[in-house]
Design a protein around this ligand. Structure first.
Ligand SMILES: Nc1ncnc2c1ncn2[C@@H]1O[C@H](COP(=O)(O)OP(=O)(O)O)[C@@H](O)[C@H]1O
Ligand SMILES: [Mg+2]
Length: 294
């Protein structure tokens, strides 16, 4: 809840109430409303289960927190999970969850507990996985460190508009921490920590789509190499202004996280989904062209 009064609010006192849905959307519901296809849902389920390190990227209100919450549904009940948030929104169902929340400074400007303090502290709490509600500052460094040092399956959301931009935002957040690290070192750190970036988008018609499930592959020269595993192709808009398009795998049957999947016995399912490499058929192409013209 927020109240702002004159002279700051020019036309009079204003009260704003932001109300959260009590029940979070589930992945099955996301399939029903077209945010992701059934194959994409299975892919996300595997990614969540086999302990990939995941960043969920997207704009404000694109459904990042909702997605993060869905992904945590695939964490095994015997894993110890610690969540760090600015305001507790996640609803994990596992028994071994410890929830931490940051604290703003008091009126005298004292007593602030930052996200970075929380992430650092939770490393001393023997977590299997660390979940950071929203990464927006120097805690990015500590989260990557955690991902890199035996806390496989850690996750967080980050505000950005594409998987590529997600990397550069991450890089500048690490620099905010005051580390004087060369860009190349930071990029190598990102590559060895983050496995998957899931991109969420709010489309022009108000619908939300998962537009990319992308793998962070390596560093070549000065550039981090990304590999799309699953994407959304937009054909255009129909007469009512609704977006049309479809999700498809890009045909990479053996992603870099294949070994993790095999360890958990998910390799067959993974290859089935990704290897399908559904190329647009004639019908899809014709529909796309027609919509683009109209
Ligand atoms: N796939 C979706 N389709 C429709 N509405 C969604 C979807 N995902 C989330 N929402 C709704 O959008 C709003 C913002 O979602 P949230 O996950 O908090 O976004 P973010 O964390 O990106 O700001 C919520 O009211 C949520 O219920
Ligand atoms: Mg959010």
């Amino acid at each position: 809840m927020n109240v702002i009064a004159p002279p700051l609010a020019i036309d009079g006192p204003t009260l704003t109430i932001r109300k959260f849905r009590r029940e979070r959307l589930t992945l099955d519901q996301l399939v029903r409303i077209g945010t992701i296809s059934p194959e994409g849902r299975t892919l996300l389920a595997i990614i969540g289960r086999v302990r990939c390190n995941v960043l969920i990227s997207g704009g404000t209100g694109s459904g990042k927190t909702t997605l993060l919450n869905c992904l945590t549904g695939y964490i095994e009940p015997d894993e110890r999970v610690i969540t760090c948030e600015d305001s507790a929104e996640l609803q994990l169902q596992q028994p071994h969850v410890v929830r931490l929340e940051t604290r703003p400074p008091n009126l005298e400007g004292e007593g602030e507990i930052t996200m970075r303090d929380l992430v650092k502290n939770c490393l001393r709490m023997r977590p299997d996985r660390i979940i950071v509600g929203e990464v927006r500052g120097p805690e990015a460094f500590d989260l990557l460190q955690a991902m890199n040092t035996g806390h496989d399956g850690s996750m967080g959301t980050l505000h950005s508009n594409s998987p590529r931009e997600c990397l550069s935002r991450l890089e500048s957040m690490i620099l905010m921490g005051g580390y004087n690290l060369p860009g190349k070192t930071i990029r190598e750190m990102i590559t060895s920590s983050v496995d998957i970036i899931v991109q969420a988008s709010r489309m022009r018609d108000g619908s939300r789509k998962i537009t990319h499930v992308t793998e962070v592959v390596g560093v070549e020269g000065d550039v981090v190499t990304l590999q799309d595993l699953f994407v959304y192709d937009m054909f255009g808009e129909d007469a009512n202004g609704r977006i049309s398009g479809r999700h498809r795998s890009t045909g990479i049957a053996r992603p870099y996280f294949y070994d993790k999947a095999r360890y958990f016995g998910e390799d067959k399912r993974l290859t089935e989904i990704l290897g399908a490499g559904e190329v647009l058929d004639e019908h899809g192409r014709a529909l796309g062209e027609r919509l683009a013209q109209s």
